[in-house]
Write a protein that binds this ligand. Structure first.
Ligand code: NAP
Length: 516
């Protein structure tokens, strides 16, 4: 018997003992920079001699770890191991598979501050952001363990005279798990755990910016006794091995989270049948966003401004759910800009190992260049309110930046920037604000701030996003409460962390035995 699911508590960093332990974990991680990491295939470490380095975005010359790199031969090796393991793992009872996830959750909880430290170091998360990421990873493990048990008891068929009909959910096969760097523990763990708890075996290719965090999950799964070949770890460049992995005839499904461009490429390639392939590949692709907070005249403006600032600049605006547009009705437009400016000027930017830092660096040089490019466009297309440049320091630091008077249809209104840049747009009224909010190709998250019951109802009906929030920020989805996934070009609306999710990793087999 399991206790009901509840979300993992965040670490209270106001307690000196927790601050002390987090500092110690950071030192431990720093001491491991010379480590070389192998691939992990079929329960064995595999080295290739070809390596790449994971770098610290806060101190750009600092190596975090050196990784052996998978090529096509290692994809083949991992596929062979996963196919072999599938023949045993597929028949293991859901309860036994769920126990593995629950044990992994327990280990992750015990090593929480260490997991946080890897994220602070490898991708520049602030302490609370890293802690929220680790907590979400624990939630996924706990939630999907319970979900696997629930799905195993689902009665999908109704009685039929003189027969015994059943509908059984069975695993798909070997899957490719391709996560992004921005929730390097939570998303990677969630996608992997959902696949294996339903009886599949996987090839996990971590994002090249965060392989250490991927390796940490492998270590945890080894510690809790996940059988060999169920989880195979193949770090390497998506550009180099991604297509091969996706088009491999034995790949049964692809679980991807990342950019629209890569997601569409995967969907396209997976639809083409490779020689020897005997199934239609299933693709779950969660992609980008252009997320919006709409503010109406009668909203609590102080609270709305706080929510916009948190949604736009938490983790440097690098969340798929980050608020990159605030659409504000004209009566309160200037007031919201003033309140936002007041808040954003207080945000600190710097090395995230310092607990007083609110914003760390952006992920890498390419991200920095892309974001600074959008800032230049913003200077032409809008009115710079604050920020607008790099912030001092050795890392990829960018000031929190706000542009007002952005016009609908321009790049800052339409394109995903994935950095600390907020566009503020004026609308004549609430109806127009919702119309502008809906006028992009994306549909991931959104929020509305209003006290008007009719407008709340209108937004619930017409604001076309996968995750809509009323009178709160548009980031911070919680496993269980806010199943996550977007509409339109934001992806396949998989609703990660929800009760439909595990169904994506299984197929239903209808069996009926005649009784007389
Ligand atoms: P990305 O560049 O698309 O990369 C995502 C993953 O795909 C990485 O592991 C990457 O490997 C791999 N990849 C690259 N090229 C590939 C190919 N040809 N075939 C197969 N895999 C390939 O995205 P990102 O920069 O890591 O993440 C940011 C994006 O993710 C944003 O657009 C954000 O909105 C989106 N996101 C969406 C959600 C959601 O739930 N909707 C959640 C988080 C993030 P390498 O690292 O080796 O290139």
């Amino acid at each position: 018997m399991l206790s009901p699911f509840h979300n993992e508590s965040f670490t209270d960093f106001s307690k000196p003992e927790n601050r002390q332990k987090q500092q110690e974990a950071l030192k431990l991680v720093a001491s491991q920079s010379a480590r070389e990491y192998p691939l992990f295939i079929g329960g064995r470490d595999v080295t290739t001699g070809r390596t790449f380095k994971s770098m610290n975005p806060s101190h750009t010359s600092q190596v975090v770890g050196t990784f052996h790199k998978a090529g096509q031969a290692e994809v083949d090796l991992a596929m062979k191991a996963a196919l072999e393991a599938f023949e045993k793992w597929r028949w293991v009872a859901p309860k036994e598979r769920a126990i593995i996830l629950l044990k992994a959750a327990a280990v992750m909880r015990r090593r929480k501050l260490e997991v946080n430290a890897w994220m602070i170091t490898e991708i520049g998360k602030s302490w609370p952001e890293a802690d929220a990421d680790t907590s979400e990873a624990i939630d996924f493990l706990e939630f999907y363990a319970r979900e696997a048990l629930r799905w195993s008891e689902v009665k999908g068929a109704t009685p039929f005279p003189n027969e015994f009909p059943e509908l059984n959910y069975i695993p798909l096969g070997v899957g490719a798990i391709i996560p992004p760097w921005n929730f390097p523990m939570a998303i990677l763990t969630g996608m992997t755990a959902a696949a294996i708890v339903t009886g599949n075996t996987v090839l996990l290719k971590p994002a090249s910016d965060t392989p250490c965090i991927g390796y940490l999950l492998v270590e945890i799964m080894r510690e809790v006794g996940l059988p060999a070949g169920v989880l195979n770890f193949i770090p390497g460049s998506g550009g180099e091995i991604g297509d091969y992995l996706v088009t491999h005839p034995k790949t049964r499904f692809i679980s991807f989270t990342g950019s629209k461009e890569v997601g569409l490429r995967i969907i396209n390639l997976a639809s083409q049948v490779s020689p020897g392939q005997i199934w239609v590949k299933r693709v779950v692709a969660e992609m980008g966003g252009k997320d919006t907070i709409v503010v109406d005249a009668d909203a609590d403006l102080q609270e709305a401004a706080t929510a916009i600032a948190a949604s736009a600049f938490g983790f440097q605006g690098q969340k798929c759910s980050a608020c990159s547009r605030a659409i504000v009705v004209e009566e309160v437009y200037d007031r919201i800009i003033a309140l936002l400016t007041e808040r954003v000027k207080k945000l600190t930017v710097g090395p995230p190992e310092d607990p007083s830092t609110y914003m760390g660096p952006v992920a890498n040089q390419a991200s920095e260049e892309k974001i600074l490019g959008y800032i230049e466009i913003g200077k032409k297309d809008g009115r710079l309110i604050c920020g607008g440049a790099k912030a001092p320091g050795e890392g990829y630091y960018i000031q929190p930046t706000i542009f007002a008077d952005i016009q609908p249809g321009t790049p800052l209104d339409q394109e995903e920037i994935f950095g600390p840049v907020l566009a503020v747009i004026k609308a004549k009224n609430f109806e127009e604000a919702i119309r502008i909010a809906n006028s992009t190709e994306f549909g991931l998250t959104g929020a509305v701030w209003t006290r008007d019951r009719y407008k709340i109802e209108e937004a619930k009906k017409k604001f076309h996003v996968g995750n809509l929030y009323v009178n709160r920020k548009c980031t911070g989805a919680m496993v269980g409460a806010h199943p996550f996934g977007g509409f339109n070009m934001s992806g396949t609306d998989s609703k990660a962390g929800g009760m439909d999710y595990l169904g994506l990793f299984m197929q239903a087999k209808s069996v009926s035995e005649r009784l007389i």
